[in-house]
Design a binder for this molecule. Structure first.
Ligand SMILES: [Fe+2]
Ligand SMILES: [Fe+2]
Length: 164
């Protein structure tokens, strides 16, 4: 192998190494966390502003969940019942999170006092599970080729979000 080929190989390896889904999706989680934090502070205190923040939270969150459901979860290499249960649980969490938000939104619109504790707990648990277990496992088990494919697709979708 000549020098140029070796350099190309090394840069390809480094490129794949830098494609870290844990980092990429963790950054997106932090963005959503910020919206959640603002919303939780406003709920029951300033409903008009809370609804406003909830709108942008929903926009960011729904996009994130859709990216995970369409581009990430189904790529997880299922090796047994435990893996399937884990992926099913993530889908179920998403449905519950969106359902809770809808119910809170409807109450706030009617100026009814809301309890956000269940939603807060579910989101924090879900985020921690993805950040500490799901994505690190995905990063280490996917083949370089599939990881590169998923990373590039997801990264493009996330970048498109920041443009809109
Ligand atoms: Fe998720
Ligand atoms: Fe996520």
């Amino acid at each position: 192998m000549n020098n140029t080929k070796i350099i190309n190989e090394i840069s390809k390896i480094n490129e794949i190494k830098s494609m870290d889904l844990t980092q990429l999706m963790g950054d997106d989680h932090r963005n959503i966390m910020d919206h959640f934090a603002r919303f939780f502070l406003l709920a029951n205190n300033n409903n008009e502003e809370a609804l406003h923040v909830l709108d942008s939270l929903c926009w960011e969150l729904e996009r994130h969940l859709l990216i995970e459901e369409k581009e990430v979860f189904l790529s997880y290499p299922i090796k047994g019942v435990k893996d399937q249960e884990m992926v099913d649980r993530l889908f179920k969490d998403h449905r519950e999170i969106l359902h809770m938000i809808e119910s809170i939104k409807s109450k706030i619109s009617q100026n009814i006092h809301v309890d956000c504790s269940e939603l807060k707990t579910l989101w924090i648990d879900h985020e921690a599970f993805e950040r500490d277990i799901f994505y690190p496992t995905l990063d280490t088990t996917l083949s370089d080729e599939s990881k590169m494919g998923i990373y590039q697709k997801v990264n493009t979708l996330i970048e498109d979000r920041s443009k809109s």
